[in-house]
Ligand binder design. Structure first.
Ligand SMILES: Cc1cc2nc3c(=O)[nH]c(=O)nc-3n(C[C@H](O)[C@H](O)[C@H](O)COP(=O)(O)OP(=O)(O)OC[C@H]3O[C@@H](n4cnc5c(N)ncnc54)[C@H](O)[C@@H]3O)c2cc1C
Length: 436
């Protein structure tokens, strides 16, 4: 189905695009037709999923494909514990569909609004040093190449394409299906508690080793960090419901924070005091729930974000340097810095490729000038061999990125094979990957 061109913007409202046409294919065949139509008109093609990337990775001035109609669960293999799903299924529905069948993904990020292919295409990750990114769970993949050919791949079928297409940045083709390794539906016990800055820096490494999943924040202008540990458990579900759930998740997790952010934008000099007041409210909480309810939260307050993957061993250096930057340049930062550890994977352009990784993410509420803070953080991350999250803001180019990925050329070879004419090119692709 084809709609007229229109204006598009992302969730963070910092990226905009005006495509020449928008297609809404209803089937694999219609995806192929869209790519072929674009080829005969000399247009580029870009799938836009949920628009939850902060970088311009989803922006296009060519033909935009919205594949939300491709959202079915195609097959479940109960013995292998795998699920084959269409690429446009949003994570929140995928989690529910899997749960109904007694399955779950082993790892998730902190929201569930993205589509499965949107999330994996940028290397979206969760937490846990013994776990990989969401894309690391892919065991099979179907995509439409730049010439409209349908390719199916796995570790044994077209292994080079499979290796690269799991984190394909949208430049290797239109992903139409993925097969995901799951595990039996499981529950997590989540404990959240504040920790003082010094103690956090001393203990982070040990906490990461001792727990399945660890998600932490440091609140700028304070000495307070928070640590959320989540571990698999067979205990019965014990979690807040109704008003209590609303109060903790929506009021404290969003409205209260949104109010502070709005106040801070009007009176930036108040931001440190607001942060110090906020952290006095933190206390230990504990709950047991299905994994995807524990991993994923509701994010209603809009922000912009930069996130870097650095070697795990550099966490304390990276975080200390961010704090020094904020203090030295008297920056007013109204959002916390997030700290996550995750295990290595073998995907050429995954940010966690080949090394245990610490992700450091900096945020500012939407509409705040971010350049000074984000440039400063990027300079720190450059010193630490940082790889920017493909779906988040950064100022790198192909020249600065290539040396950070040992398998850069392997990806480029597959890109030349699947898209020699640059059908899936965009300003982002040219800047961060170079010409195909
Ligand atoms: C509030 C919020 C919280 C977030 N939390 C996390 C987190 O915890 N961890 C983390 O790592 N990231 C996180 N992110 C980043 C987010 O997961 C990624 O940017 C993700 O790629 C967005 O998915 P999307 O479905 O919105 O894809 P889009 O942003 O729409 O697209 C991203 C890229 O994927 C490509 N793509 C999408 N579908 C296909 C397809 N079918 N075939 C080929 N290419 C395709 C697009 O062309 C584009 O290049 C968060 C973002 C927000 C806004």
């Amino acid at each position: 189905m084809i709609r007229g061109a229109g204006h598009w913007r992302n969730w963070g409202r910092n990226q905009h695009a005006t495509p020449t046409a928008v297609d809404e294919p209803q089937s694999l065949l219609e995806v192929v037709e869209s790519v072929e139509t674009a080829a005969s008109a000399g247009q580029t093609v870009k799938v836009v999923a949920s628009g939850h990337s902060f970088s311009d990775i989803a922006c296009t001035s060519g033909r935009m494909l919205r594949i939300g109609a491709l959202d079915r669960v195609v097959a479940i293999d109960r013995e292998a514990l795998t699920a084959t799903v269409e690429a446009g299924i949003p994570l929140w529905r995928l989690n529910e569909e899997l749960a109904r069948r007694g399955l779950a993904l082993s790892n998730l990020g902190d929201i569930d609004r993205q589509t499965i292919a949107g999330a994996t295409s940028t290397g979206t990750h969760g937490t846990g040093i013994r776990y990989g990114s969401i894309a690391a769970a892919i065991v099979g993949l179907e995509l439409v190449t730049g010439s409209g050919e349908v390719v199916r791949c796995s570790a044994t079928q077209e292994p080079e394409i499979f290796a690269c297409a799991r984190v394909g940045l949208g430049v290797l083709g239109v992903v139409t299906q993925v097969t995901l390794q799951c595990e039996p539906l499981f529950k997590l016990r989540a404990i959240e508690e504040p920790l003082p800055w010094d103690e956090f820096l001393d203990r982070w490494d040990g906490i990461v080793d001792a727990n399945d999943h660890v998600d932490c924040y440091w609140f700028p202008h304070t000495d307070t960090c928070t640590v959320k540990t989540s571990n698999r458990t067979d205990d019965p579900i014990r979690t807040k419901r109704g008003y209590k759930k609303w109060k903790s998740e929506i009021y404290y997790g969003n409205f209260r924070h949104g109010l502070n952010a709005a106040l801070g934008r009007r009176r930036p000099e108040k931001i440190p005091e607001l942060a110090r007041n906020l952290v006095t409210q933190f206390h230990r909480t504990e709950r047991v729930d299905l994994s995807y309810h524990v991993f994923c939260t509701t994010r209603l307050v809009r922000f912009v974000e930069m996130e870097y993957a650095i070697p795990r061993s550099e966490m304390a250096r990276g975080l200390r340097s961010i704090r020094e930057l904020i203090e030295r340049e008297a920056l007013r930062v109204d959002f916390p810095v997030e700290i996550r550890g995750i295990g290595p994977d073998d995907i050429p352009l995954s940010m966690g490729s080949g090394r245990e990784t610490c992700y450091l993410a900096v945020h500012l509420s939407a509409g705040t000038p971010y350049e000074q803070y984000f440039h400063g953080v990027e300079a720190i991350m450059n010193e630490l061999g940082g790889r920017p999250h493909w779906g988040k803001m950064h100022f790198q180019t192909a020249a600065s990125l290539a040396p950070r990925y040992p398998e850069w050329e392997r990806f480029q070879a597959v890109r030349r094979q699947l898209d020699p004419e640059g059908r899936f090119a965009s300003a982002f692709a040219y800047r961060v990957l170079g010409t195909p």
